[in-house]
Design a binder for this molecule. Structure first.
Ligand code: 5GP
Length: 114
């Protein structure tokens, strides 16, 4: 159920997470199954199920998530570079139905992605 996914439980502090940053609009925490030496998830508190559900009213919020990503990349010393991934819906590899940015760093990334 949309209102009952794992990220909403993390936002509500019903389950623990290694939270690196939070403010009134978003939360950033380490991925439980990291795909790189640094793997952080950045999520809005607002319920937005997928990237495809973003609308014009979310423009400022999405910009804010990017600013937070830049600040975290600096804080986590990803000066060599990093990758931001947003998986959208089943076909895009999305599992948790709450919009999230993956911030990945600490290794080289191949292109094209898998
Ligand atoms: P998606 O495939 O939806 O883009 O990514 C979901 C991510 O959430 C995965 O990388 C997965 O490891 C992570 N994840 C799933 N459950 C939890 C959890 O309970 N805690 C944390 N910290 N990460 C989770």
């Amino acid at each position: 159920m949309l209102q009952d996914n794992i990220f909403l439980k993390i936002i509500a502090k019903q389950i623990p997470a290694d939270i690196l940053y939070e403010d009134e609009r978003c939360l950033a925490f380490r991925d439980i199954k990291p795909q790189a030496p640094t793997h952080v998830l950045i999520i809005p508190r607002k319920v937005i199920a997928t990237h495809a559900d973003i609308t014009a009213v979310d423009s400022e919020l999405i910009g804010h998530l990017h600013v937070v990503a830049v600040q975290l990349a600096e804080q986590l010393q990803l000066e060599e570079g990093y990758r931001i991934v947003i998986n959208c819906k089943d076909g895009g590899g999305q599992v948790v139905p709450h919009l999230h940015f993956h911030l990945l760093g600490g290794r080289r990334f191949a292109w094209p992605p898998g």
